[in-house]
Design a protein around this ligand. Structure first.
Ligand code: G4P
Length: 535
């Protein structure tokens, strides 16, 4: 196998998603510990540990105890080169998560065993199902009181319309948690002296029919329960089918406890075996294979000021094909220019390392002097490809933001434009007026706080924010292609223009939309494409 093919075939790129507090950070950390990518737990988030520099606006995360930024981590394990894409857990940042998912080949969903599916997981799961991304479920916190395991699986199946296949089965939960039964290897993974309350993990091979040995390991009560439950699992559950897993129709489920390191290693090993190598990407009518030797990538995320020590903007790209070489010039399709990607780097939580080469499946961050937008393609010029853009979510909250200090006009314009380019907010202009007053649209209101915090701390600008009850947005066109003027609209409906110069109407409620269509027979309203798929 050629060097490129070999490198690509050992890549595994996945995103990890969960509702806040389900244990995503803990699981990620444990995976990194297995890969020896970090030395101690608590190294990833600034939540409990300030050892690593965190960005200015991550202060908000710390204050609120939520994760709103996402980072990328790479580590080696057992010959594999693994890229983990961390995603923000808070629902106000689901757009960011959605973009991150476009860069992943599979998803690990962490669920709190006591809570089951929570709103945030529900929404994200739908995105995965829509894109047929393979989904691996880790049901965490089995060392605490948990909901009935069958009930949890039923919930996954009925809510998401996919099958589940438990790879292991928990033996009790909470204080009675004795470990798990590995269905494939038909062995029990238990704590040493589990019966006597021991906590040292030890993989003990034990035939499920060896009653005597089982009794001595986990006690008669747990053994009986386990056997009854396994009978039900084998009888009523789905058959394992790797094709269904890889097409996102069957989710392998692992029970464990990230905090106690329980079930992490078998999870990682099985996951790596089942998940796919980097997948091909579509460019118009063409399918670009990852093993195509010419480089191509798309930008899925832009983040500014990640680190106080580096005041800059980083564009994150997912490499779709070939090998990236630092010394080469590549073609920025949307900018129609050849460029050298400067300071290409890979991330390890908050730490960066400048790299010379990277391969399909990898994520690299490059310095962005303000030329990239989300969804842009960068490729070897001869490859001539252009990956489909990343759709934006329809904002659901709108506010008018107005400058207060005319001496800081430049900073205001720059700040709000850059933050909008990153996709952290959407900005709309009022026709025939400048940038002193603009509409800002967000999917979740926490984004307003992030905007304010960043404008003050990064650009030194304060502004007035006037919240509005507007909540619906539609692209607007006239059937005859004429200008959008002289429309008969309710006084509460607002006409705005986006950064690409497109006309939009903002409404308070559905009846305003109906009014606009009734009174203006030439008017055509279109929804944000993504919105339909999300509802
Ligand atoms: P998140 O990234 O999904 O938001 O969750 P995170 O890993 O930060 O975990 C949330 C809380 O749940 C943490 O407790 C963490 O220690 C705990 N936790 C994670 N996995 C397990 C598990 O398997 N069992 C139990 N019992 N707890 C688990 P915290 O009190 O918020 O923080 P900490 O001070 O304990 O670190």
């Amino acid at each position: 196998m050629s060097d490129i093919k070999n490198e690509i075939s050992r890549r595994r790129t996945f995103a990890i998603i969960s509702h806040p507090d389900a244990g995503k950070t803990t699981l990620t950390e444990k995976l990194l510990l297995y890969g020896r990518a970090i030395q101690s737990a608590g190294s990833i988030k600034g939540k409990q540990n300030d050892k690593h520099a965190v960005s200015d606006w991550m202060e908000i995360e710390k204050k609120r105890g939520i994760s709103i930024t996402s980072s990328v981590m790479q580590f080696e394990y057992d010959g594999y080169c693994i890229n983990i894409l961390d995603t923000p857990g808070h629902q106000d940042f689901s757009e960011d998560t959605y973009r991150t998912l476009t860069a992943a080949d599979s998803v690990v969903m962490v669920i709190d065993a006591a809570k089951g599916i929570e709103p945030q997981t529900r929404k994200l799961f739908k995105v995965c199902a829509m894109r047929h991304i393979p989904i691996f479920t880790f049901i965490n916190k089995m060392d605490r009181e948990a909901r009935d395991s069958f009930e949890l699986l039923d919930e996954l199946e009925s809510e998401f319309g996919i099958g589940t296949y438990p790879m292991n089965w928990p033996i009790g939960c909470g204080v009675d948690f004795k470990g798990v039964y590995d269905r494939e290897k038909q062995r029990i993974l238990t704590f040493a002296d589990a019966h006597a309350g021991g906590t040292r993990i030890e993989a003990i091979e034990c035939d499920i029919n060896d009653t005597e040995k089982l009794d001595s390991l986990i006690g008669m009560y747990s053994r009986q329960n386990l056997c009854d439950e396994l009978e039900l699992v084998e009888g009523a559950g789905y058959e394992f089918d790797l094709d269904l897993v890889r097409s996102g129709k069957l989710s392998p489920v692992f029970f464990g406890s990230a905090l106690n390191n329980f079930g992490i290693e078998p999870f990682l090993e099985n996951f790596l075996k089942m998940t796919t190598e980097p997948l091909p990407h579509r460019s118009g009518e063409k399918i670009i294979e990852p093993t195509e030797e010419r480089f191509s990538a798309f930008v899925f995320k832009i983040q500014a000021n990640m680190n106080k020590a580096h005041r800059d903007r980083i564009a994150f790209m997912r490499i779709c094909s070939g090998k990236f070489e630092r010394s080469h010039e590549y073609f920025h399709v949307q900018g129609k220019k050849s460029i050298k990607l400067s300071r290409p780097q890979q991330m390890m939580a908050q730490e960066r390392e400048v790299i010379d080469t990277a391969y399909a499946g990898d994520i690299i961050g490059v310095f962005d002097p303000g030329i990239f937008s989300i969804g842009d393609t960068i490729c070897d010029e001869s490859l001539k490809c252009e990956y489909a853009g990343i759709p934006t979510f329809a904002p659901e909250h709108f506010a008018i933001v107005e400058q207060i200090d005319s001496l800081k006009r430049k900073q205001f314009d720059k700040g709000i434009t850059q933050i909008a380019q990153e996709g952290a907010i959407q900005m709309f202009f009022i026709p025939n007026s400048g940038m002193e007053r603009v509409y800002v649209g967000v999917v979740g209101t926490l984004q307003f706080d992030v905007l304010q915090f960043r404008m003050e701390s990064e650009y030194g600008v304060k502004y007035n924010r006037i919240d509005t009850p507007l909540s619906l947005v539609r692209f607007a066109e006239m059937k005859d292609g004429s200008e959008l003027s002289d429309l008969n609209l309710m006084s509460t409906t607002k006409h705005v223009i986006d950064r690409k110069g497109r006309d939009l109407l903002l409404f308070n409620a559905e009846y305003e939309i109906n009014w606009a269509l009734d009174k203006n027979e030439n008017l055509v309203l279109k929804e944000f494409s993504q919105l339909e798929e999300f509802e």
